[in-house]
Design a protein around this ligand. Structure first.
Ligand SMILES: [Zn+2]
Length: 442
């Protein structure tokens, strides 16, 4: 049975992006079957269910290229001891305790809550990086179940780190990669690695080899803090990117998150290996770690995408943070107006295509039916020439009304249809004090 989303402003994006006032998008099964004028679409698809989108703008669903679902229960938590004064202390005092404290039910709830927030924000595809060292084996199945229930798409991996490694993390990635195979368009797998400074040559080489044999990419944090660069230089005599590349971790399907403390030769190597970079501006500002050399990367035609690093599931606000951060950092009000939206709307779909093997991020016949339908009455004219102005200064604060992924309506009239938001949040409030108590004793 087909569905017509009609009377909205359709922004197709893609290589031939068009703005269609009063348009209609028809979907059937998992795909878009037609885009055009509502009267013509009514003629062609008279039996389709009609959903009125007047007063709304219809966009392709957003993609988050770096997320950590597992971080959910840190929200509102008091961190024991003195405030962390640097990035390594943030990891030691917060994240390496949060992940260790998680049990099976926590993993499920910690995934379900950001998945609900993804749907609320029109985010229909996520590349996640999971850690739960007290329960690594089978943890990706729990995350997968939550993703399938929510109805969005996700590329999943488990964070291997020598602070935990007795083989379980590597085994969990290997098991899940084997189980997932080439992926089914909804769930796909990567090899997850924490970062150069917590991984020995032996572990890195082993993981790089498994990923290459399976034809999957590695998803790793790179030079997020100066400590990662200094560790690599001191212990191995080369900067982080060179070390990772030597260990077989870079490549067209691999994702390097952050890449803040890298030099020109590392950028050249990222470009030469066609590795993608994921920029996470809000997280970088939150951790006070520095600013990714965005323009140096883009000048080399490196595919730079945008992620939230677990800070939120809202990609439009992340896009605006990138826009604001790079204008301030460069003290130049001429920059980032084109680049920040490009990371989200052009590059994230290309990164997702490398993982899922499908073309996302465009509303056109034959493409997947992933849509974010947002309440928006443009206060000025809106067309192809000025869409970015509306995106950065208007849509970023507008409310998503309806979210569609794989042809299925996941939220309509702002009501989540696939997960019971109230019950899940209530249960999370119930179990999180126990999780916090376990964490204090770590
Ligand atoms: Zn991260």
């Amino acid at each position: 049975m087909a569905t017509r989303f009609e009377n909205g402003i359709i922004v197709t994006l893609g290589s031939n992006s068009q703005v269609l006032w009063n348009g209609s998008v028809v979907i059937e099964g998992e795909n878009i079957v037609a885009v055009g004028e509502p009267s013509k679409m009514r003629q062609r698809f008279p039996d389709a269910e009609a959903i009125d989108c007047s007063g709304k703008i219809v966009l392709p669903g957003f993609i988050c290229a770096h997320h950590h679902f597992y971080s959910t229960m840190a929200r509102g938590m008091a961190i024991p001891g003195e405030p962390a004064s640097n990035f390594v202390e943030i990891l030691e005092r917060l994240w390496w305790k949060v992940d260790r404290a998680l049990n099976g039910e926590d993993i499920t709830l910690s995934a379900q809550i950001p998945l609900i927030e993804c749907i609320r924000n029109g985010t229909t595809t996520v590349i996640d990086h999971h850690a739960s060292p007290s329960m690594s084996n089978g943890s990706l199945d729990l995350v997968e179940d939550a993703v399938r229930q929510a109805g969005i798409r996700a590329a999943l991996c488990y964070e291997v780190s020598d602070r935990n490694e007795k083989g379980e993390g590597i085994g969990e990635n290997e098991r899940f990669i084997k189980k997932t195979g080439k992926g089914d368009g909804q769930i796909t797998a990567m090899m997850g690695l924490h970062a150069s400074f917590t991984l020995s040559d032996e572990t890195l080489e082993k993981c790089g080899g498994i990923a290459q044999d399976a034809g999957v990419g590695c998803h790793v944090h790179v030079a997020e803090d100066l400590a990662d660069r200094e560790d690599s230089l001191n212990k191995y005599g080369v900067p982080t990117v060179h070390r990772l590349d030597k260990m077989g971790v870079s490549g067209e399907k691999s994702l390097f998150a952050h890449c803040i403390h890298i030099d020109e030769s590392e950028m050249d190597l990222i470009a030469a290996t066609k590795t993608s970079v994921v920029h996470n501006p809000e997280s970088n500002m939150n951790n006070a770690v520095g600013v990714t050399p965005l323009f140096g990367l883009l000048r080399r035609n490196i595919l730079v995408g945008l992620g939230t690093d677990g800070m939120s599931s809202d990609m439009l606000s992340q896009m605006r943070s990138a826009y604001l951060l790079h204008r301030l950092a460069n003290r130049d009000p001429r920059v980032a107006f084109l680049e920040a939206p490009k990371l989200l709307l052009e590059n994230n779909p290309k990164i997702a295509e490398r993982q899922f093997g499908i073309h996302l991020g465009e509303i056109a016949e034959g493409y997947p039916a992933d849509l974010a339908i947002i309440d928006y009455h443009p206060p000025t004219t809106l067309d192809e020439t000025n869409f970015l102005g509306h995106l950065i200064f208007g849509l970023v604060d507008a409310i998503v009304d309806t979210t569609v992924c794989r042809g299925k309506i996941l939220m309509q009239d702002k009501k989540i249809l696939t997960l019971d938001e109230e019950r899940i949040a209530a249960r999370s409030r119930e179990v999180s004090p126990e999780m916090w108590k376990r964490l204090e004793s770590l």
